[in-house]
Design a protein around this ligand. Structure first.
Ligand code: SAM
Length: 304
C-alpha cells in the first residue's frame, strides 16, 4: 500500500477567502459567543506562551491576554494579514504562516495550544496531533474543538432514514461530507489524542441552538448564555455539532528541556535557525523564511 507523505496531504487553502466577513460577520454572533464561553472556562488564563494554530483572522485573539507571548499561526497569509491588522499593535502577538503538519517551533515550546474550527479540515488527524503534541510543553494544555458527527440532527436524519449517502453518526469512521470538511466521532478524537500522548481532562458540548429559526427569533446573547449553562451538564449526551476538549500532556521521559531557539525548520527540523531582520535562515538545509509586513512566512520548502 502506498503511504502518503506530508507534502502529499491535501490542505484546505483559505488564501484570499473572505471567511471572516462572509462567515463570522453574517449571523454567527451566537456561535461566536457560545464558543467564547467554552474557551474562557477551559483555557488556562495565564502563562508564558500560547499558540493558536489555524487562527484565521484572529477572531479569538483577545482571549489570550493573560499570556506573555501570543503566536497566531495560519496556513493562509491573507488570513494572517487580517489578524495582523487586528492585533499587530500589541508586541506580544506574532504572526506566523505555517502548516499544522510541520510547525516551525521547537519541541515543548508552548504552555498552551489552541485549535478551533480547524480539525474538520485535517485529513490526517493522527499526524497533525503528533505535531501538536511535539510543540506542547510537558504538563502543557491543548485546547481543541472538533465537528461532532453524532450531533442531534445527524442522528435524527439517520434514524428517519433521511441521512446523506455514507452518513452514519454512530460509526467511528470520520465522515467527509464534502472534500476536506470532516466530522469526527468523539471516541475517534479521544483515541487519536491518546495515541498522540494527551490525556483528556475536560469536555464541553457547544452550540445547542444552531437552528436558523431559533437564531432568528431569539437574541444571540440570550441563546449563548443558555448554551453556556448547558455546556457542562449536557456534555455527556454529546448531541451538539461542536465539542471542545481540554487535554493535558503528561511529562514523558526525556522531555522538558528548555528550547534554546524560537524556531525549528519545517523542512529539515534543524532547531538553531538564524533570526535576521527580514528573514529567518536555516543553515542546515539552506531554507530562507521571509519576514514581511509583520508576518513570518514559514510554509515549508522556502529554499533560496
Ligand atoms: C474555519 S477557519 C477557523 C479560523 C479560526 N480558528 C476561527 O475560529 O475563527 C479554518 C482555518 O484553518 C486554517 N488551516 C487550514 N488548514 C491548515 C493547516 N494545514 N495548517 C494551518 N492552518 C490551516 C485555514 O487557513 C483557516 O484560516
Amino acid at each position: 500500500m502506498k503511504t502518503t507523505t506530508i507534502e502529499e496531504i491535501p490542505r484546505c487553502d483559505y488564501e484570499g477567502s473572505r471567511y471572516q466577513s462572509e462567515f463570522w460577520n453574517e449571523g454567527r454572533s451566537y456561535e461566536d459567543l457560545a464558543e467564547r464561553i467554552a474557551l474562557k472556562a477551559m483555557i488556562p488564563p495565564r502563562g508564558r506562551r500560547i499558540v493558536e494554530v489555524g487562527a484565521g483572522a484572529g477572531r479569538l485573539g483577545d482571549l489570550y491576554d493573560g499570556y506573555d507571548e501570543i503566536y497566531l499561526v495560519d496556513y493562509a497569509a491573507s488570513q494572517l494579514e487580517q489578524a495582523h491588522a487586528r492585533w499587530g499593535h500589541d508586541p506580544r502577538y506574532r504572526f506566523v504562516q505555517g502548516d499544522i503538519y510541520s510547525l516551525p517551533f521547537p519541541d515543548g515550546y508552548f504552555d498552551t495550544v489552541v485549535i478551533v474550527r480547524v480539525l474538520h479540515h485535517v485529513k490526517e488527524l493522527a499526524l497533525a496531533l503528533r505535531e501538536v503534541a511535539r510543540i506542547t510543553a510537558p504538563r502543557g494544555t491543548y485546547l481543541t474543538e472538533f465537528a461532532n458527527k453524532r450531533h442531534l440532527k445527524a442522528m435524527l436524519r439517520y434514524l428517519l432514514k433521511r441521512g446523506k449517502a455514507g452518513e452514519n453518526p454512530f460509526s467511528l469512521a470520520p465522515y467527509e461530507f464534502v472534500p476536506l470538511n470532516i466530522d469526527f466521532h468523539p471516541r475517534y478524537v479521544y483515541n487519536a489524542l491518546g495515541e498522540a500522548g494527551f490525556w483528556v481532562q475536560d469536555e464541553r458540548a457547544v452550540s445547542f441552538f444552531r437552528v436558523p429559526l431559533l437564531k432568528k427569533l431569539l437574541p444571540a446573547k440570550m441563546l449563548a448564555r443558555v448554551d453556556g449553562w448547558l455546556q457542562k451538564p449536557l456534555q455527556p449526551l454529546r448531541i451538539t455539532p461542536s465539542i471542545f476538549l481540554r487535554s493535558y500532556r503528561p511529562e514523558a521521559a526525556g522531555t522538558g528541556a528548555e528550547a534554546t531557539g524560537r524556531w525549528r525548520c519545517p523542512n529539515c527540523h534543524h532547531a538553531e535557525l538564524i533570526d535576521m531582520r527580514q528573514a529567518v535562515r536555516c543553515d542546515q538545509c539552506g531554507s530562507i523564511f521571509p519576514y514581511q509586513n509583520g508576518i513570518y512566512h514559514f510554509r515549508a520548502n522556502a529554499t533560496e
